[in-house]
Design a protein around this ligand. Structure first.
Ligand SMILES: *[C@@H]1O[C@H](CO)[C@@H](O)[C@H](O)[C@H]1NC(C)=O
Ligand SMILES: *[C@@H]1O[C@H](CO)[C@@H](O)[C@H](O)[C@H]1NC(C)=O
Ligand SMILES: *[C@@H]1O[C@H](CO)[C@@H](O)[C@H](O)[C@H]1NC(C)=O
Ligand SMILES: *[C@@H]1O[C@H](CO)[C@@H](O)[C@H](O)[C@H]1NC(C)=O
Ligand SMILES: *[C@@H]1O[C@H](CO)[C@@H](O)[C@H](O)[C@H]1NC(C)=O
Ligand SMILES: *[C@@H]1O[C@H](CO)[C@@H](O)[C@H](O)[C@H]1NC(C)=O
Length: 555
């Protein structure tokens, strides 16, 4: 068992995060950086990683030609009091367009090391012009938190000596940021603080646009970091739980262009490196935490309304939001090089949603079942030198969350599933392009407090979270298909005294399996505390299909 040394300043910071009140139940799910392993200066830094398939340079390409875009150290960057000190979220922007949203690993005395890679091919239009790189990392350095992050940002370019066959689908000709302008003492994302908050930016679209896709970046923090565990307000009020965030467990990011809801994001439940029990995420970090997923919304059917040369309002809101959500987007535009003006019209549009909460509780025990659904679909045509092309985009979401408190509120079980389908098809009589995406995000979270003696208690946690995704597309260039199953199953326990964690353990098992027309990759990896127990990976398409089930290895 390990112990920790601390300073009065640390205790003060922890007090902000873990209120000392008469063992307030239910508890929050965020714990600050734990230092549970003994310090040994001769040990090498720990390397953290997020399991993902390696990025493959295109077949037949040469390179890389690499350029160091930025090399910097991040010390004190927070403009606000340190209440959100542990949400070390960061973003990378190029000319205002976000390229990466990520979360830092939690430091250890002997140092930590990690790297994140992202395929930036779709941003080719931005990379071909001079631009301004911005990185914002919220960090605090004081007498306790002495960690400084040294970061390098490197661009690797690969080139084709001849035109590949078949030619790849072209990327956008222009990318317009829907974010806040520099200079700021903050990230370029919009910060959404409550359910009435709508953040927006006005933009004019070039009059020869024939296709438009919004790529949305989303992350949730502070009171909404664990939004899917939040109980309804009536439960909080009835039990006088002033420190528990509420507004229920359903959240939806709504994307509007002028007055129309053009699409929604029902985000994957990313758990950052300090969430639930920090030892679960060392060194295998939570799915999506180093490379947060982004969400595409095709707004081509609305182009007819947007190409009048005037500015239009692109806005974001979050249903039931509590402080705080960071949201921005990149608008990818395809331009008709053979004409100055395209024309278009919206033919049909439909956006409906429903949400329902079934609430039963008595004292601190209760059961809340929340269901919600959303459908958006739009069809419109655009006439350009490519002809008169009809585009249909749709999204269909369903959501179910069950949140059960038992044993006088000392145990909480959340079981949630988000099911998101979307698709786009374009025709000019014959089908030109057809894409379908089906994502399912299951989540299970158990949190139990026990062995309460005075101001000491034990906290046991178990989590299962996964991304299951199927993509298919068909175009003149050919067909592609992929299937991803990426599941983590983690559990751990901690002993907490007052508001200090005195000991703990955690283990995680992740099974990643990708099968696609562009290749295969599988990995089966497990960790206990800071140590990798086993790690098998395979990129052959035959053997890769034999990954074992997601059980814990016997200990
Ligand atoms: C993890 O480390 C803690 C002490 O830091 C120890 O008590 C526990 O047994 C370890 N757990 C495992 C699974 O090795
Ligand atoms: C520190 O780490 C080194 C290298 O791993 C090891 O040889 C040494 O025994 C460790 N010292 C302590 C006090 O654990
Ligand atoms: C950043 O790049 C410089 C120059 O290549 C190198 O000396 C330094 O170690 C790198 N730092 C990190 C954190 O990788
Ligand atoms: C909540 O606080 C109010 C006023 O302070 C008090 O009347 C009520 O009994 C409290 N309820 C519970 C469940 O503690
Ligand atoms: C339930 O918890 C509350 C608050 O911690 C406490 O006041 C109450 O006595 C507990 N009830 C039971 C039956 O243990
Ligand atoms: C979670 O809910 C799903 C569907 O509602 C159900 O199939 C599954 O068994 C539940 N899991 C747990 C652990 O309760």
């Amino acid at each position: 068992m390990a112990s920790r040394t601390t300073s009065p300043c640390l205790i003060f910071l922890l007090a902000l995060l873990l209120p000392l009140a008469a063992v307030a139940v239910p508890r929050r799910h965020r714990f600050p950086s734990l230092q549970l392993a003994p310090v040994n200066a001769s040990e090498p830094p720990t390397t953290f990683f997020e399991v993902d398939r390696p990025i493959q340079p295109p077949r037949g390409s040469v390179g890389p030609c690499s350029a160091l875009l930025l090399s910097d150290s991040f010390g004190y960057t927070y403009g606000r009091p340190p209440a959100t000190a542990f949400d070390r979220i960061f973003g990378v922007w190029l000319s205002g367009a976000e390229l990466l949203r990520s979360c830092t690993a939690e430091p250890r005395p002997d140092g930590i090391l990690w790297s994140v890679s992202r395929d930036v091919t779709r941003y080719a239009a931005l990379l071909s012009e001079p631009g301004e790189v911005a990185v914002y990392l919220g960090n605090i350095v004081d007498s306790t938190y002495t960690g400084v992050y040294h970061a390098n940002l490197t661009l690797h370019l690969y080139f084709h000596s001849t035109t590949p066959s078949p030619p790849p689908l072209p990327h956008a000709d222009l990318i317009l940021p829907i974010s806040r302008s520099l200079p700021l003492n903050d990230g370029q994302w919009f910060a959404i603080q409550n359910s009435a908050d709508v953040q927006s930016r006005k933009l004019a679209i070039p009059s020869n646009t024939y296709r438009a896709v919004l790529e949305v970046f989303v992350s949730f923090h502070s009171s909404d970091e664990f939004w899917y565990t939040n109980p309804p307000n009536e439960y909080i009020e009835a039990n006088n739980l002033s420190s528990v965030p509420g507004n229920g467990a359903f959240r939806e990011v709504i994307v509007k262009v002028d007055d129309n809801v053009v699409g929604a994001v029902w985000p994957f439940t990313v758990i950052y490196t300090g969430g639930v029990n920090p030892l679960l995420w060392r060194p295998i970090t939570g799915i999506g935490s180093f490379n947060l997923p982004t969400y595409d919304i095709d707004i081509t059917p609305f182009l007819g309304k947007l190409m009048d040369g005037k500015e239009h309002n692109f806005g974001f809101a979050v249903t039931n939001a509590l402080d705080m959500w960071y949201i921005d987007a990149n608008l990818h535009l395809w331009l008709d090089h053979k004409s100055k003006k395209t024309v278009g019209s919206l033919i049909s549009y439909d956006a409906t949603s429903s949400a329902n909460v079934d609430s039963q509780f008595s004292g601190l025990d209760g059961r809340f079942v929340t269901s919600a659904s959303r459908h958006v679909s739009a069809t419109g045509w655009v006439e350009s030198s490519h002809g008169k092309v009809m585009t249909t985009f749709y999204q269909r979401f369903s959501y179910k969350n069950s949140n059960v408190y038992s044993k006088n509120g000392s145990e909480q079980v959340v079981n949630q599933t988000i099911d998101a389908k979307s698709g786009v098809s374009t025709t000019n009589g014959a089908v030109l392009l057809s894409e379908e995406v089906h994502q399912v995000f299951p989540l299970y979270l158990f949190s139990g407090t026990s062995d309460e003696v005075g101001d000491e208690y034990s906290l046991v946690s178990a989590i299962k979270l996964s991304i299951n995704e199927k993509r298919g597309s068909g175009a003149e260039q050919g067909f592609s298909y992929s299937s991803l199953r990426n599941a983590q199953s983690a559990r751990g326990s901690m002993r907490v005294k007052g508001n200090l964690v005195t000991s703990g353990s955690g283990e995680n098992h992740q099974v990643y399996k990708y099968v696609g027309t562009d290749g295969c990759y599988s990995r089966d990896v497990s960790s206990k505390n800071y140590t990798i127990v086993f790690d098998h990976s395979d990129d052959s398409c035959l053997k890769g299909s034999q990954v074992k089930g997601s059980r814990f290895p016997s200990s």
